[in-house]
Design a protein. Structure first.
Length: 386
């Protein structure tokens, strides 16, 4: 909105310096600053409102908590994701070009999963139901969003030129065509959507759940998400820049550069949230934040044709998810075979395993963030070693 106002002022009066708002780098910087200011301003008010309404975290204790005691966290306000989502939305609306379908799609995706996350947090805090929103309802929201995003990215006219192709990691100017079956038929039957839409649904669901599982220690999910968003700032800018995308041999996506404004806001909103969420946390992001951040990361990667880089970029999130899958699968297998379930890790997800071994959560969070810095840099390096 501010972007359009400054554009109008430039066209009408041509004041010196106003033309800089045309540059994505300038608007991304302004978006980041705006997001930080919003977090700092509304954060204390939201936390006080959550405390006043007793919207605190319910934690497991005793035998149900396994080897880790989190009783000291009971009563800490949750739903802090409202701070993050508000900052991202307002900053993007102020500085993004609202004529681009990229901007509206990422805003819808973020709000979509934030709504489901809010419902889950509401049930946990207001109704004091630790189970929260039924798993099938969460899954319905994630699958529904994946189907919506996949359908738009494949059938919307704006994406027609690149709808069935995506960048292949580590191979310059090589692209994967999801329509590989259709190309085998005479006349080039379009069957790419049969693979693209289910793949999109899986990525959105998996990434959203991965961030949700990682949100278990003070500052962990927010810190890791901020670093990943930093990588997305670079990836989105490259994808929308004709010169850089040609030089690096990746798909040029006109208009995708506007996602840089969103990614910058997400990065700094998460960093700003650490002001309140760092150890000892005065607020948790809850599912409102974790589900929406996961969906946002996935959808940005899909829109910029970088979804195949997600396992590297989001390595910490996916390792956390893998630890839960391995733990659950092995426990059920050994219980069926021997009558007694055994575990690979002391607790899952993985961060609780290290916590159960006696490592302080600050050290765990620091190390996981350092690993994410390395995987983020490796992701960016992969664009040039092809």
């Amino acid at each position: 909105m501010l972007y359009f106002l400054l554009q109008w002022l430039e066209e009408m009066f041509s004041p010196p310096g106003f033309q800089v708002v045309e540059f994505i780098t300038v608007r991304a910087t302004l978006s980041a600053i705006t997001a930080f200011v919003i977090v700092m301003v509304i954060g204390p008010y939201v936390i006080r409102w959550l405390l006043r309404n007793q919207l605190g975290e319910e934690v497991r204790t005793g035998l149900d908590a396994g080897a880790v005691d989190h009783s000291h966290k009971r009563g800490t306000p949750t739903m802090g994701g409202l701070i993050i989502v508000s900052a991202i939305m307002i900053a993007t609306l102020l500085w993004g070009d609202l004529r681009e379908v990229y901007v509206w799609l990422i805003l819808i995706a973020t709000l979509w999963m934030a709504a489901f996350g809010f419902a889950d947090d509401y049930i946990k805090t207001i109704h004091k139901d630790k189970a929260g929103l039924a798993a099938r309802m969460k899954l319905t929201g994630q699958i529904g969003l994946g189907l919506l995003v996949g359908t738009i990215l494949y059938f919307h006219p704006h994406f027609e030129a690149t709808r069935s192709v995506t960048d292949l990691p580590f191979f310059q100017n090589w692209h994967l065509d999801y329509n590989f079956l259709g190309n085998a038929f005479p006349g080039g039957m379009d069957l790419g959507w049969l693979f693209f839409i289910p793949m999109t649904t899986f990525i959105v669901t998996a990434t959203s759940n991965a961030v949700n599982l990682t949100d278990g220690l003070d500052g962990l999910a927010a810190g890791v998400a901020a670093i990943i968003a930093m990588g997305l700032v670079v990836l989105t800018y490259i994808s929308g820049h004709a010169g850089f995308s040609s030089y690096l041999g990746v798909l040029h996506l006109p208009g995708a550069g506007e996602l840089t404004i969103f990614a910058a806001a997400m990065c700094v909103a998460c960093l700003g949230f650490l002001w309140f969420n760092g150890y000892p946390a005065t607020v948790f992001m809850g599912d409102t934040g974790s589900l929406s951040l996961g969906a946002a990361i996935a959808v940005v990667a899909l829109m910029t044709k970088k979804e195949l880089l997600l396992p590297l970029l989001c390595a910490v999130f996916f390792i956390e998810t893998l630890s839960v899958i391995l733990q659950t699968t092995y426990f059920r297998y050994t219980r069926r075979k021997t009558g007694t379930g055994r575990r690979i890790f002391r607790m899952a997800p993985l961060h609780h395993h290290y916590e159960a071994k006696g490592m302080h959560e600050v050290k765990i969070v620091t190390r996981f963030c350092l690993v994410t810095v390395i995987t983020m840099l490796a992701t960016l390096l992969s664009l040039r070693i092809r």
